[in-house]
Ligand binder design. Structure first.
Ligand code: CP
Ligand code: NVA
Length: 312
């Protein structure tokens, strides 16, 4: 199994089987356990990760950098404007050149096609550290959190309340349906998942036996939820739509009333950064059902697993 992951790009969860995701999760769990005991196996000694950022980041940047350090390797932070990429060098040439120096490239980009192009021209694995369409490394960490908190995936219902067409909704659709978890996307009409993503998720759901629901009424959607997930109403790159989105998403706030309609032991998740008072209230973020900071921590362990398994 390990050999099957070596050298692979990590652009979307749709490229991985359930068994491969289980291997990643088991590796993450093992590396987390070791780290808690103060053990840091130098699996990537002498290896370097280049991290290209077109957009800001706290969690992804820091957790990937720390992950490389804890595995005995090194990470380089490269903001787009510090690279010749910002002055017109092509994505393809950037990928070709970086591949001659480093062992893996992680990139956070506006357009998903940029990370696909990097992968096409790179001779080392490329990791999608968030694009407009997907956020797969986040959802791998989220699956680790759900597994830790609930001990399983099958039979669980995850409800995502927010922008159903954003990177988080799309990656949660893949992660849930591949792992056999039911998923409900609850969004205003016009903000439903993109068709190609939904079609692919339906195929995964057929295979795993999970269910997909697309709804517009948050109160109806959260009934029976084991996991209640939300994300910002305005993703990076959508700032021009802010005023319109703030109005449209107003009824989609995750507050205590909404949480009380889900299962009593529901866990509340958010990829962060949260806009407190917008998509989630302070009392829910800081309340007894919230697991958001465990979730943020698990990015580190999940990223160590990705790096340890894909870097050659
Ligand atoms: N969740 C997440 O990707 O956070 P950052 O934008 O801080 O990396
Ligand atoms: N949907 C959000 C996720 C941030 C981690 C964004 O793209 O801004």
């Amino acid at each position: 199994m390990v050999c099957k992951l070596k050298g692979r790009h990590f652009l979307t969860l749709a490229d991985f089987t359930r068994e491969e995701i289980e291997t990643l999760l088991e590796t993450a769990k093992d590396l987390k356990l070791k780290a808690k005991r103060g053990e840091f196996p130098p699996l990537l000694a002498g290896k370097t990760l280049a991290m290209i950022f077109e957009k800001p980041s706290t969690r992804t940047r820091v957790s990937f950098e720390v992950a490389m350090l804890q595995l005995g390797g090194h990470a380089l932070y490269l903001s787009k404007n510090d690279l010749q990429l910002g002055r017109g060098e092509t994505v393809a040439d950037t990928a070709r050149v970086l591949s001659r120096y480093v062992d893996c490239i992680m990139a956070r980009v506006y357009s998903h096609s940029t990370v696909e192009e990097l992968a096409r021209f790179s001779s080392v694995p490329v990791i999608n550290g968030l694009s407009d369409k997907y956020h797969p490394t986040q959802v791998l960490g989220d699956l680790l959190t759900i597994w830790e908190k609930k001990g399983k995936f099958e039979g669980l219902k995850l409800v995502f309340v927010g922008d159903g067409a954003n990177n988080m909704a799309h990656s949660l659709l893949y992660g849930s349906t591949i792992m056999g978890m039911d998923i409900t996307i609850c969004s205003p009409k016009g903000y439903y998942p993109e068709k190609d993503v939904l079609d692919k998720a339906k195929e995964f759901a057929k295979r795993s036996g999970s269910k997909i629901e697309i709804l517009s009424d948050p109160k109806e959607a959260v009934r029976g939820a084991d996991i209640l997930y939300t994300d910002v109403w305005v993703s990076m790159g959508q700032e021009a739509e802010k005023a319109e989105r703030m109005k449209i998403f107003e009824p989609y706030r995750v507050n205590n009333e909404l949480v009380s309609l889900a299962k009593e032991d529901v866990i509340v998740m958010h990829c962060l950064p949260a806009h407190r008072g917008e998509e989630i209230t302070d009392d829910v973020m800081d309340g007894p059902n919230s697991v958001v900071f465990d979730e943020a921590e698990n990015r580190l362990h999940a990223h160590k697993a990705i790096l340890a398994l894909i870097v050659i």
